[in-house]
Design a protein around this ligand. Structure first.
Ligand code: ZN
Ligand code: FE
Length: 257
């Protein structure tokens, strides 16, 4: 499977997934129609499938026009997003598979950012939408901190270290700057921030990341960190240091960063 990153809108990423055997393609989270269509034409592939990670407009904004251009499109989303994802044709429930061309994948249900948020998994590649970003996570619009903690740490966090994670927005620099405010001595974060700053100033993107890198640099996967605990204790000496409470406070601090 070949993956083409398609920048959309201000800072969104859609991804074109190409089955090399059949030249059929799926697009993850088409924010808008035009850049997706351009990528499909450039790659000379047949777009058969849309994979939506959640219902937000900046992830489904191209669905309707793409469906008009390619009437046979199969459009996946979570079952609970019925009525919220335009033109949805497949309503994923636990255990269901995802396929296009000769590629078959699965999904993880990750409530938190939204109640129907999902991550698509194809082998050692995953598409996390607005659940996990490099160095951060999505805001909690429809879920609790505890749900998002589980989505990140138990669902996505269970994927093998080498899994490549393709996320929904280029927020990496700001995320890592926040990460350093709670874990200033983390050398991996310092190194990655320097690398991403250089990458961005050359016009490149920071997607994808890997599970291994996120375990070292993403505070929302590091709620056990002694240095993060010290930071939270310095703000509130009585802070409960259970991981879910640490997560809740980190998410609140990030909201105001
Ligand atoms: Zn979103
Ligand atoms: Fe988004």
């Amino acid at each position: 499977m070949k993956i083409v990153t398609i920048p959309c809108l201000q800072d969104n990423f859609a991804y074109l997934l190409i089955c090399k055997k059949t030249k059929e393609a799926a697009v993850v989270d088409p924010s808008e129609q035009a850049p997706v269509r351009k990528a499909v034409e450039q790659e000379g592939v047949k777009l058969t499938t849309i994979l939506n990670t959640h219902h937000h407009w900046d992830h489904v904004g191209g669905n309707k026009e793409l469906k008009a251009l390619y009437p046979e499109l199969t459009i996946y989303g979570h079952d609970s997003d019925r009525g919220r994802i335009p033109e949805q044709t497949e309503f994923l429930k636990n255990g269901d598979g995802v396929r296009f061309g000769e590629q078959s994948g699965s999904f993880l249900h990750n409530p938190g950012h939204t109640s129907g948020a999902i991550t698509y998994v194809f082998g050692k590649t995953a598409f996390t939408g607005d659940t996990l970003f490099a160095g951060g996570c999505g805001r909690l619009f429809e879920g609790t901190p505890a749900q998002m903690y589980d989505s990140l740490n138990f669902n996505i966090g269970r994927l093998p270290d080498e899994t490549e994670l393709y996320f929904g927005h280029e927020y990496t620099e700001a995320n890592l700057r926040f990460a350093l405010t709670v874990e200033p001595g983390n050398a991996e974060i310092q190194k990655k921030l320097a690398a991403v700053t250089a990458l961005r100033s050359s016009g490149a993107f920071s997607t994808p990341t890997t599970i291994a890198v996120e375990r070292q640099t993403n505070p929302f996967l590091r709620c056990y960190s002694a240095e993060i605990h010290t930071t939270l204790k310095s703000k509130d000496p009585n802070h409960d240091l259970s991981e879910k409470n640490v997560f809740r406070t980190l998410r609140e601090l990030k909201n105001h960063f």
